[in-house]
Structure formats: structure tokens, C-alpha cells
Ligand binder design. Structure first.
Ligand code: HEM
Length: 407
């Protein structure tokens, strides 16, 4: 085989006629063509680690030193061991991890109008057969149509500005709570309380009481359901999906968590519609629910499903983004001081943060970006399913395989 390759590389230049034009096929072309290797040649964990469903599980604690909560470390291990590309069995599917920015760019540039995102099997199973499922399991035009209403508001900084005063109150509560003890134990938890409170404010215009009123009552319950939901969802990605065969206790709990959140969103929506009818609330009230109520063509079910999606989507990601930002700042006291000075100079000591103040905080933006660069808060990065056969780093990757960026 090796000899064949060498011989081909030594071939003299061949001339060929294609489409009426005379094209020259050089030695380099031939060498490049022959150098393309198959999917099976991509490096990655081998043997039992390639078994469907349990292959990835076996690479985590207690079988190895990698914790399920530190997937970033497992990714780094892949990068060092296998180089810029490696393939890993995720559930029953294959995923190709890319670790080089230019290759990541090529892979993303290949996606069409409707990027196909791999779905999480547990969510797929739960939403299967529902008339108006979550945006997380939709693809193509259906996904685009469901996503569009909220996207209109969320992608424009001008429209986002109206949420700032209320979100600034949430931030004040977070800081006040920190000031009480001057220490935050188990940082991801207070950050999750903050992001849940912020998400409730953004989506429903409501204070949920997650930062302050933690004991008893519905407000505390939502936090429990949020944590339960993410715990089971995360675990499901590395476990055998027994729930496909029968209703496992953990699947039952998952349904309880998501049902609670869906019911809560539905109740808030009904209440807002009633208040609008009774004119006890204003259509200008700054929250995504009101935006959607004002969007022509959105049914109650669409609004409710969209709100649950948006409420959930921002929780773990924001909490992790903050956790890592605080962690990086704690490790670099000089940068922390510089950021503190910028904020002190630009943001008034009391009252809400105003939009223009946010525009005068370039160092804050830089810190956040640097923190994202050092540890991206969504450990698996952005993932896509290839919609056509694609060549990356000399490997032919068939359509249907997912790729994830993790530089
Ligand atoms: C710093 C905080 C956040 C980070 C790091 C983050 C990260 C991400 C990432 C990596 C994706 C996948 C993007 C892709 O594959 O192209 C995503 C998607 C998404 N995020 Fe966030 N996010 C954050 C905050 C939020 C917030 C606050 C919301 C809601 C208000 C939100 C709603 C969404 C939605 C709706 C999607 C797309 C789901 C889909 O179309 O499949 N995210 N986010």
C-alpha cells in the first residue's frame, strides 16, 4: 500500500480534458487525492470505547479520572492525545471533535440555510409526537419558523436595552447577597440562582425569588426543578437510554421537572393575557412574553413552548459563563482591579445601569471574551450535523456525522 502511494506520487504530470477545457492534473493533485483518508482512519478512543451508548461513559469516572462535570478536561485530553481531529462515540452516533480554528471555520462554512443541530435523545423522546415541540428538537424550516419570533428581539442590541433596568435590579440583589458574607460558597449555585432569576425577569417580567426567598413556596421549587432538569439531561448523554424501553425513575423525575416548568410558563401566560384583557398591565411591559403576545400569528401554544425554551436555554450557560469569569478574575487580581476601576468610573454608584454605560465598558467585554477563550462555558461547544460528505484535515467525513468545535 505504502509502495503504491510512493509510486503514484512519482507519476509524471497528466493532462486531461474536462468540460471542453484542458486541465492539468499535477503530481500534487494526485498526491492530495490519494492522501484523503476514510472516516475509519480518524484517530480517537478505540475498542470498547467505541461501543454505542457506553463507549463514552467508560471514559469517565469511576473508570478514568475524568469527571462528568469536567468534560473540558476530557476534551483537552483528546486534543493532546489525538491531535487536531478525533472521533468519539456519543450515544449511538459519531461525533468528530475539531481543535483547530481554521478547520472549525471550514466545517461551519459548510452549513446551509438551516444548520442542523444534533438533538439530545432524551428531549427527542420526551417531545416525540407533541404537536408543537421544543425548538431544541426541530430542524430545517420548522426550526427557523419557531425560532424567529424571539430571535427578532434577542439579536438586536437596541431592543435588548429595554430589559436592562429590570435585569439590573436582579444584579443588585446578587451583589447584596454576596456583600452579606463577602464569600460565595460553591459558586455555580449562586450563579444559577442569579441566572434563573434573570431568566424569569427576561422571559416573564417576574421576580421568581430564587436569590432571596429560597425556603418553601413555588419560587424555591422552580430552582429545584431547574437543577433536577439539568442533572438528568447531562447524565442522559453518557448513559444507556433505558427510558426508551420503559419509564425509568429518572425519566419520571425528568418529566416532573419539565412539566413543572411548562405549567409555570403556561400559568404566567394566562395571567398576562387576563391582565391585558382587564387592562391591569401594559403591552409595553419589558419581557419576552409580552413581545410574543404582540407578535401576529403566534398561538398560545407556540408562545408557551418558546418561553420554556428561552427560560431554560439561558440558565446553565449564563451561570457557567459567570462562574468561569469570576474564577479567572480571582486568579488574576491585577486584571480584577483594572476591571473594577473601569466599572467604578463608568457605572453610577446607585440606581440602574443605563444602556450607554454598558457601551463604555470595553475591558469588561474583553474579560468575558478572554474567559470564553480560556474555558468556554458550554463544554461541548457548538455542534452541527454535516449535511453533505465533507473533507476535513484530509479525512472524508460522511454526511450525518456531527462535529463539535473545541479549540
Ligand atoms: C453567556 C451565556 C450564554 C452562553 C455561553 C450561551 C451559549 C450558547 C451556545 C454555544 C449555543 C449553541 C449555538 C450554536 O450551536 O450555534 C446556544 C444556543 C442558544 N441559546 Fe445560548 N448561551 C448563553 C445565554 C443564553 C440566554 C440568556 C438565552 C435566552 C434568553 C439563550 C438562548 C439560546 C437559544 C434559544 C439557543 C438556540 C437553540 C436552538 O436554536 O437550537 N442563551 N447558546
Amino acid at each position: 500500500m505504502m509502495l503504491q502511494h510512493l509510486l503514484k506520487r512519482r507519476l509524471v504530470t497528466i493532462c486531461s480534458v474536462r468540460s471542453g477545457r484542458r486541465n492539468v492534473v499535477t503530481n500534487t493533485d494526485i498526491a492530495e487525492r490519494d492522501a484523503i483518508r476514510g472516516f475509519q482512519d480518524i484517530p480517537g478512543p478505540s475498542g470498547i470505547y467505541q461501543w454505542p451508548y457506553i463507549g463514552l461513559r467508560l471514559q469517565l469516572k469511576p473508570f478514568t479520572q475524568f469527571k462528568i462535570t469536567r468534560l473540558d478536561q476530557l476534551m483537552m485530553h483528546y486534543k493532546h492525545r489525538y491531535g487536531p481531529i478525533c472521533k468519539v462515540r456519543m450515544g449511538k452516533r459519531w461525533m468528530v471533535f475539531l481543535f483547530e480554528p481554521s478547520v472549525i471555520e471550514t466545517a461551519f462554512r459548510n452549513e446551509g440555510r438551516y444548520p442542523q443541530r444534533p438533538t439530545i435523545m432524551l428531549l427527542e423522546h420526551y417531545f416525540k409526537g407533541q404537536s408543537c415541540p421544543s425548538v431544541s428538537i426541530l430542524q430545517g424550516k420548522e426550526w427557523f419558523e419557531m425560532r424567529r419570533p424571539a430571535q427578532r428581539t434577542l439579536k438586536k442590541p437596541q431592543t435588548l436595552a429595554k430589559f436592562i433596568p429590570k435585569l439590573s435590579e436582579v444584579a443588585d440583589d446578587f451583589v447584596d447577597k454576596f456583600k452579606e458574607n463577602n464569600v460565595m460558597e460553591n459558586l455555580p449555585l449562586p450563579c444559577l440562582e442569579y441566572s434563573t432569576e434573570g431568566s424569569g425577569t427576561l422571559c416573564f417580567g417576574l421576580r421568581l425569588g430564587c436569590i432571596r426567598n429560597k425556603v418553601g413556596g413555588k419560587e424555591a421549587a422552580i430552582l429545584e426543578h431547574v437543577r433536577g432538569f439539568f442533572g438528568i439531561l447531562g447524565e442522559s448523554m453518557y448513559s444507556v437510554p433505558w427510558y426508551l424501553l420503559y419509564e425509568t425513575p429518572s425519566y419520571r423525575r425528568f418529566v416532573e421537572h419539565i412539566t413543572f416548568m411548562t405549567r409555570t410558563a403556561g400559568e404566567h401566560l394566562q395571567r398576562a393575557k387576563l391582565e391585558l384583557r382587564n387592562k391591569t398591565t401594559d403591552t409595553d411591559d419589558a419581557n419576552l412574553m409580552m413581545d410574543m403576545i404582540n407578535t401576529p400569528g403566534m398561538t398560545t401554544e407556540m408562545i408557551s413552548k418558546n418561553l420554556v425554551d428561552l427560560f431554560i436555554a439561558g440558565l446553565d450557560s449564563t451561570a457557567m459563563a459567570l462562574t468561569f469569569l469570576f474564577y479567572q478574575l480571582a486568579r488574576s487580581p491585577d486584571k480584577q482591579e483594572k476591571l473594577f476601576e473601569e466599572i467604578r468610573d463608568q457605572v453610577p454608584a446607585s440606581g440602574p445601569i443605563l444602556e450607554d454605560a454598558l457601551l463604555r465598558l470595553p475591558y469588561l467585554k474583553a474579560c468575558l471574551k478572554e474567559s470564553f477563550r480560556l474555558v468556554f462555558p458550554v463544554s461541548i461547544g457548538s455542534t452541527r450535523v454535516l449535511q453533505k460528505d465533507t473533507q476535513l484535515l484530509g479525512y472524508n467525513i460522511p454526511k450525518g456525522v456531527s462535529h463539535s468545535n473545541n479549540e
